[in-house]
Design a protein around this ligand. Structure first.
Ligand SMILES: *Cc1c(COP(=O)(O)O)cnc(C)c1O
Length: 425
C-alpha cells in the first residue's frame, strides 16, 4: 500500500478485508469486547498484547480509519479523537505538563488560540506566540529552557497564511523539540507536512476529510521520526517509566514509531475519554474515499472565486494563497503546488457594515460556523468564531473585523460567482 498513489490510499488504505469479510469497513458498535480468560485481558491492560477491551480507548472501526490517515500523511501511527480540538489538545498535552512552554504561530484557528492562550495556561503550560513570518533568529529568541513543542497550521484558518514548515521544523529540531502541524485545510492530498520535517500532524476531520458536514472528529498522526530518547530530559512522560502502566517506558517499549500514539491512547484517551464514535469514524471514512477527487474541485472553485473577487471595486483585499500577488503565493507554490483549499478571505471596502449586508443577500452561500463542506458557506470571524479575541489580537492574527471567509464547496463555480456578484451590488 505504501507505494500506491494518494488517491488509491484515500480509497483503500487502512482496511483490507479477508476472504468473505465485509467490503466496507464494519462499524463495531460495541462498547466492550469479550475474552476467554482474565490473563488474556490482563495482557491488553499491560500493553503486552494489542487488541481491544473498551471503546473509550480503542475501537477497530476507528483504527481502520486512523490507519488510512496515517498512510495518507506518511506517518507510522495515528489515533482518531472526538474533535479537532481534542486532537490539538492531546498532541500538545502528550508531551507537555505543568511548567512546560510551547512556541506557537500566532496565525492559527480561534479555537486553538483559545485552547493555548487560556486553557493550557490554566494547566500551567505557557506559550510564546510568534509571527508566522518570523525569521530564524526571531523564532530562536522565542525558545526557553522549558520549551517542549512548536505549533503551527499549514494553512491557517481563517487568516490563510502558509507556514514555512521547513523553517519551523529546523528551528524546533535545533532546540530538541518536535514540530506539531495542524494540516486541516490542505489535507494530505495537497500537503504532507511530514515530508517537510513536521513530527506530529493533527486534523480537524470535521472539515475536508469528512467533507459533507456530517461528523465532528479529529486525528493525530505521528511521523515516527522524532527521537524522544535523544532528548529524554525534556520528555519524561515518554522516556521514564509510567507508574500507571506498570512501569512501561513508552519510548523504549514502542520505539520512535509507536511511543507517541501509544501513550496518547493509554494515558490521555483513558483519562480524558475524547474517543470518536465508531459511527462517526465510518462517516469520516466515506469522506476520505473521495477526498482526492473533491480537493481539486474545492481548489478550482476557490481560485475562481478569489480571482473574481480581486477584480471587483467593492473589494478592498482578497486573501487566497493560490492567487498571484497574494503575500503567501511564493511559499504556497513550494508547499502547495496543486493548490491549498477552497477557503478564500476578503475584506469589503465598507468594513464590518458592508460585510453584514453582503452576507444577508447571499442565496447559495449560507452563513454557517463551518468551512470545508461540499456546500459553500461563509462567516464573519470577528462576530463568530473569533469573538473571544480583542481587536488587537484579531489584527495580530491577520483577521480584521470586516473580514469575510468564504468556503467554496463543490458547486459549479459560475453559480458561486453569480451569487457573490448579486450580493455585491
Ligand atoms: C475547525 C478546526 C479545528 C477544530 O476542529 P473541531 O473539529 O471543530 O474541534 C482545529 N484546527 C483547524 C485548522 C480547524 O479549522
Amino acid at each position: 500500500m505504501s507505494n500506491n498513489g494518494i488517491g488509491t490510499k484515500c480509497v483503500q488504505a487502512g482496511y483490507t478485508p479477508g476472504n468473505g469479510e465485509p467490503r466496507q469497513i464494519p462499524i463495531v458498535q460495541s462498547t466492550t469486547f469479550k475474552y476467554d480468560t482474565s490473563e488474556d485481558m490482563g495482557k491488553l491492560f499491560d500493553l503486552e498484547a494489542s487488541g481491544y477491551f473498551y471503546t473509550r480507548l480503542q475501537n477497530p472501526t476507528n483504527d481502520y480509519v486512523a490507519a488510512k490517515i496515517a498512510a495518507l500523511e506518511g506517518g507510522t501511527a495515528a489515533m482518531l479523537t472526538s474533535s479537532g480540538q481534542a486532537a490539538n489538545f492531546f498532541a500538545i498535552f502528550n508531551i507537555c505538563e505543568c511548567g512546560s512552554h510551547i512556541v506557537a504561530s500566532s496565525s492559527i484557528y480561534g479555537g486553538t488560540f483559545n485552547l493555548i492562550e487560556v486553557t493550557l495556561k490554566k494547566m500551567g503550560i505557557d506559550v510564546t506566540f510568534v509571527d508566522p513570518n518570523a525569521s530564524e533568529a526571531e523564532l530562536n529568541a522565542a525558545f526557553k529552557e522549558n520549551t517542549r513543542a512548536v505549533f503551527g497550521e499549514t494553512i491557517a484558518n481563517p487568516a490563510l497564511t502558509v507556514l514555512d514548515i521547513e523553517k519551523f521544523a529546523k528551528v524546533a529540531h535545533e532546540h530538541g523539540v518536535p514540530l506539531i502541524v495542524d494540516n486541516t485545510f490542505p489535507t494530505p492530498v495537497n500537503c504532507r507536512p511530514i515530508e517537510w520535517g513536521a513530527d506530529i500532524v493533527t486534523h480537524s476531520t470535521t472539515k475536508y476529510m469528512d467533507g459533507h458536514g456530517a461528523a465532528v472528529g479529529g486525528c493525530i498522526v505521528d511521523s515516527g521520526k522524532f527521537d524522544w530518547m535523544a532528548h529524554a530530559d525534556k520528555f519524561p512522560g515518554l522516556c521514564t517509566p509510567d507508574d500507571s502502566y506498570h512501569g512501561i517506558t513508552y519510548a523504549e517499549k514502542f520505539g520512535k514509531e509507536g511511543a507517541f500514539i501509544t501513550k496518547a491512547t493509554a494515558q490521555l484517551m483513558r483519562d480524558f475519554g475524547c474517543i470518536q464514535s465508531p459511527q462517526n469514524a465510518f462517516l469520516l471514512n466515506l469522506g476520505l474515499e473521495s477526498l482526492h477527487v473533491r480537493m481539486p474541485r474545492h481548489v478550482e472553485n476557490g481560485l475562481a472565486v478569489a480571482k473574481f473577487l480581486s477584480e471587483q471595486p467593492e473589494v478592498k483585499k482578497v486573501t487566497y494563497p493560490g492567487l498571484e500577488g497574494d503575500d503567501y503565493y511564493e511559499i504556497a507554490q513550494k508547499y502547495l503546488p496543486n493548490g491549498g483549499c477552497g477557503v478564500v478571505s476578503f475584506e469589503l471596502e465598507g468594513g464590518r457594515k458592508a460585510a453584514e449586508s453582503f452576507m444577508k443577500k447571499l442565496k447559495l452561500i449560507a452563513i454557517e460556523t463551518h468551512v470545508a463542506d461540499a456546500r459553500s458557506c461563509c462567516l464573519n470571524p470577528a462576530t463568530s468564531t473569533h469573538r473571544q479575541m480583542t481587536d488587537e489580537q484579531l489584527e495580530a492574527a491577520g483577521i480584521p473585523a470586516g473580514l469575510i471567509r468564504v468556503s467554496c464547496g463543490l458547486e459549479d463555480s459560475a453559480d458561486l460567482i453569480a451569487d457573490i456578484a448579486q450580493a455585491l451590488k
